[in-house]
Design a protein around this ligand. Sequence first.
Ligand code: AMP
Length: 200
Amino acid sequence: MSKTPLKSIAVFSGSNHGFNPAYIESARALGREIARRGMRLIYGGTDKGLMGVIADSVIAEGGEVVGIITKLLFDLGHMHKGLTRYEVTHDMRTRKARMSECADAFIALPGGLGTFEELFEVATLTQLGEHHKGVACMNISGFFEPVRTLFNHAVAEGFMKAEHSEMLIYHTDPSVLIDALEQWQTPTVNKWIGSAQKPV
Ligand code: AMP
């Protein structure tokens, strides 16, 4: 299968560090791998939590980091000071749209509501065919297993096709995760159960 090199990757992650030190270590490892491959990191622009950790890690390796932050958070002084470039958006919706436009693929690290919302939104757009971009979860210490269980539940209950529940990539190794995103192919079924194949 041919590989499409990804130029920009958006990472969604917690604005807290989490209790398990493995989360911080994994955010650092993902940052190193993104920089090693010469890919641009797109993220929420803050110095807080795992978001700050991954930005620091890419910057320390000489990589490119683009922060897209809302005016509210910018005015609160949450902006990371060492970024290659940043954008300040009017609100969270505009920010998510800009992050989505700027990225070729998406990775979620452990996080809270903000991370889940971003992860689910980009996966929804992939499912609808609004964009054709792969979505992955860095499944540190099984953090995303409940998401996998929830998707399987939605399939079992007739609200989601298996192809869509299986389109998310789960792994703990950043290199495996990015390789899988480069090889990822958009599902060829449409969203609605019992309806025809999506024209490709
Ligand atoms: P959470 O997972 O709830 O900590 O939220 C993380 C996500 O929400 C990030 O990917 C950001 O988009 C957004 N977010 C939450 N707090 C901040 C912050 N201090 N600065 C920038 N973005 C934030």
